[in-house]
Design a protein around this ligand. Structure first.
Ligand code: DC
Length: 222
């Protein structure tokens, strides 16, 4: 009998803790981690930097992908050799990435890249369309959710820990705006996959969420 590959797909709305959970899982299980949101953020950054705006034409998109060399090096994200790790997390990119990630051609090109990375590898990948589109055959699929209040509070705490001052109310409004955008767009809107385990992390600690996922992976079946 062949061993089952460890391919873990995680979807969910903004601020549900997907990145933290996925990063920790990859470290504990010793497998690759791919943050697909960072890929869309990097492309949004590329478009703004090169004067393409947030609704580039198809030819501009195809040309941009010819010059879009994105590398994940540990915790550092390099775009054409430039360290963009922090600049893709600014409010400007938060706003620009919604229309960029709603563009069907950009999604098609990103999904192509993500499928290539996942092919034949043990990996944990997180985003919005991983369970149904990018890794439909992954044996382990999760949808992480939490109340808007909890997600806003966690973001605020993360900012505070990094010494960044922010308003809880502004963060909450941004989360509501992004939820609305991500779940009502025409191209693969955010939705709970039929074969994903829904985990409401409201009131759960990071350790509890990780423990639950690892126990499911250990059971070998979902
Ligand atoms: O997870 P995040 O906040 O870094 O994602 C940034 C944006 O990209 C967000 O608006 C949702 C979108 N996204 C997407 O449409 N599909 C993915 N697989 C990942 C992110």
């Amino acid at each position: 009998m062949t061993e089952r590959s460890i391919q873990i797909a995680i979807d969910g709305p903004a601020g549900a803790g997907k990145s933290t959970v996925a990063k920790q899982l990859s470290e504990r299980l010793g497998i690759l981690y791919l943050d697909t949101g960072a890929m869309y953020r990097a492309f949004a950054f590329f478009c703004l930097k090169n004067g393409l705006g947030t609704s580039p034409a198809d030819e501009q998109i195809l040309d941009a992908f010819e010059h879009f060399d994105l590398v994940f090096e540990g915790k550092t994200i390099l775009l054409n050799g430039e360290d963009i790790t922090s600049v893709i997390r600014t409010p400007e990119i938060d706003r620009a990435v919604s229309p960029i990630s709603a563009n069907p051609l950009i999604r098609e090109k990103m999904v192509e890249k993500q499928k290539a990375v996942a092919s034949g590898r043990d990996i944990v990948m997180e985003g919005r369309d991983i369970c149904d589109v990018v890794m439909p055959d992954a044996p382990y699929k999760f949808y992480l959710d939490a109340s808007v209040e909890e997600r806003a509070r966690r973001r605020w705490q993360q900012n505070t820990d990094k010494g960044i001052e922010s308003s809880l109310e502004d963060i909450k409004q941004d989360i509501v705006r992004r939820d609305e955008y991500d779940s009502t767009r025409e191209a693969t809107p955010l939705a709970v996959s039929r074969d994903a385990v829904l985990v409401d992390t409201t009131g759960m600690s990071l350790e509890e969420v990780i423990g639950l996922i690892i126990s499911k992976v250990g059971e070998g079946s979902i």
